[in-house]
Write a new protein. Structure first.
Length: 185
């Protein structure tokens, strides 16, 4: 019976929907929304748009700066590669110049050493010839004295006369030279 009592009580009144608010609540809520919307549109939205614009500029600027930096880096890399290639070419040229200079120095040293060797050999030949002449002259005079002494002993007379002695010595040496020449052939 209690359900009939509630229905009977509600028939006399207007039907009210519990999901729809009262009119005064809707009006005051609309006024608050308009005031808040005005402040949001007047103060918050411009600041928000400014912040968004700044961020957009920063991002786009950052991208542009990154692209510029990348372009500069590429350019610097190309310059570095060009300089490196140029340095390698220059190093190869320097090595080749040093190699050719080294070969030239070696050739000059060989020529100088050969000239010095030839000079030393020529000097040695000259010294040998001079010593030979000196030894031959000494041997001639010694051999001449010995021959005169022997001749004096064999002949039994003194060959004290220098002219005779010189003539005898020269004749004896000429005979020795002719005998030495005949035996050398």
């Amino acid at each position: 019976m209690s359900t009939y009592a509630v229905l009977a009580a509600t028939e006399g009144e207007e039907k009210i929907n519990p999901l729809v608010p009262a009119t005064y609540d809707i009006v005051w809520s609309a006024v608050c929304v308009v005031v808040i919307g005005f402040f949001f549109w007047k103060y918050v939205l411009p600041r928000f748009q400014t912040v968004l614009a700044e961020r957009t500029d920063k991002i786009e600027g950052g991208i542009k700066r990154a692209e510029e930096a990348q372009a500069e880096a590429k350019e610097a890399l190309e310059q570095y590669r060009a300089q490196l290639a140029e340095a390698r070419q220059e190093a190869a040229k320097i090595r080749e110049d040093a190699r050719s200079q080294g070969q030239q120095i070696l050739a000059d040293m060989k020529v100088s050493a050969q000239e010095e060797s030839d000079r030393i050999v020529a000097s040695g030949h000259q010294q040998l010839a001079a010593q030979r002449q000196q030894i031959v002259a000494e041997l001639r005079s010694e051999l001449g004295r010995t021959a005169v002494d022997l001749a004096e002993k064999v002949i039994g007379e003194q060959l004290s006369d220098d002219v005779k002695r010189a003539g005898s010595i020269d004749r004896f040496l000429d005979e020795l030279d002719s005998v030495g020449a005949d035996s050398g052939k």
